[in-house]
Write a protein that binds this ligand. Structure first.
Ligand SMILES: [Zn+2]
Ligand SMILES: [Zn+2]
Length: 324
């Protein structure tokens, strides 16, 4: 499958406001020019770029806005905000949470959250602890397979609070147990391989509520990878705000499909490259760009959500079960 670039709106620079139409699927025409990448990772989770390197890469690709969506953390957001600010790039805070609904794993991104929100902070801390115990479990399984990898090696290499499988894979390569990250996943770490350990997941409904109470917008990430469109109405009912229509692994047809679903359910449209730096070969940043028209709508929705007079009382989210 070829990777879509989604740069069709570049033909008019996204500035042709006179041709705004009601058809969401039609080529977008924006009053906000330029393109954004709203799905990016740094070394605060499993990416390899620092926030500064990522912002510079964004500038090279001419992005007008970038969002940081590290897994289960918002730690990198302040540095990224500063780096983007210095380059004249608009910054949007975010985090990607691993959730589940009806036994389907899905990723939900929170955008525009108050990173200092206490409940958000304490839940993220729980997810991070669960990630750390998952690393210990994966290492224990590797040890049972006579691979003497040490958890400390993984943590030293990860050097972040949100370690994950890619870090275990990189440690296996670094210590000479595997020749590549792909081999590490293929032999040990992929789902149902001997060292695979299921990830801790929050319920999708709790994730949406958690994001909402922090003033953020909840967006279903890369739905094309889930192939579980049937869960979307339930998510919408629970307050899902948007859906990631443009993603590196979405074909043009897949993006169109989700643009139609977004229109059907009146959902916001987001998109991004899901760049993890050099984690898996060439950085993906610049390959998938969100046209400005969608960014403008997203910002508008965030403003409306955060306006005190418009605040809808949220029921406090039910407690998230402890990692074990
Ligand atoms: Zn994801
Ligand atoms: Zn991601």
């Amino acid at each position: 499958m070829t990777h879509p670039t989604h740069t069709t709106a570049s033909e008019n620079g996204g500035r042709d406001a006179s041709r705004q139409t009601a058809a969401v699927v039609a080529r977008p025409h924006s009053t906000q020019p330029g393109f954004a990448d709203l799905h990016l990772h740094t070394l605060f989770s499993d990416g390899t770029f620092t926030p500064e390197e990522l912002a510079q890469a964004g500038a090279r690709h001419g992005l007008v806005a970038m969002a940081l969506t590290d897994h289960d953390t918002v730690e990198g957001c302040s540095r990224m905000e500063q780096a983007c600010g210095g380059l004249g790039i608009e910054f949007i805070s975010g985090s990607e949470l691993t959730a589940e609904l009806e036994d389907t794993e899905l990723h939900i991104i929170g955008y525009f959250m108050d990173c200092q929100n206490r409940r958000l902070q304490s839940e993220l801390q729980k997810f991070q602890m669960a990630r750390q115990s998952r690393v210990h479990e994966m290492v224990a399984r590797l040890n049972e397979l006579n691979i003497p990898l040490r958890a400390e090696t993984v943590f030293a290499l990860a050097n972040c609070r949100s370690p994950g499988r890619p870090h275990v894979g990189r440690a296996l390569v670094q210590e000479g147990f595997c020749s590549s990250q792909d081999e590490a996943f293929e032999r040990f770490l992929k789902k149902n391989r001997p060292a695979w350990v299921p990830k801790h997941k929050i319920s999708a409904l709790d994730a949406i509520a958690l994001i909402g109470q922090a003033g953020g917008l909840a967006v279903m990430a890369h739905p094309g990878l889930n192939r579980s469109d049937q869960i979307i109405p339930a998510l919408v009912e629970q307050g899902l705000d948007g859906i990631e229509c443009f993603h590196t692994k979405h074909s043009a047809a897949t993006s169109e499909h989700y643009l139609r679903i977004a229109a059907q359910h009146n959902l916001l449209v987001t998109g991004g490259s899901d760049c993890h730096g050099y984690s898996k070969g060439k950085p993906l940043i610049g390959g998938t760009k969100l046209p400005g028209v969608y960014l403008a709508k997203l910002k508008q929705a965030a403003m409306e959500k955060q306006r005190p007079s418009a605040a809808v009382p949220h029921a406090p989210p039910p407690p998230v079960s402890a990692p074990d």
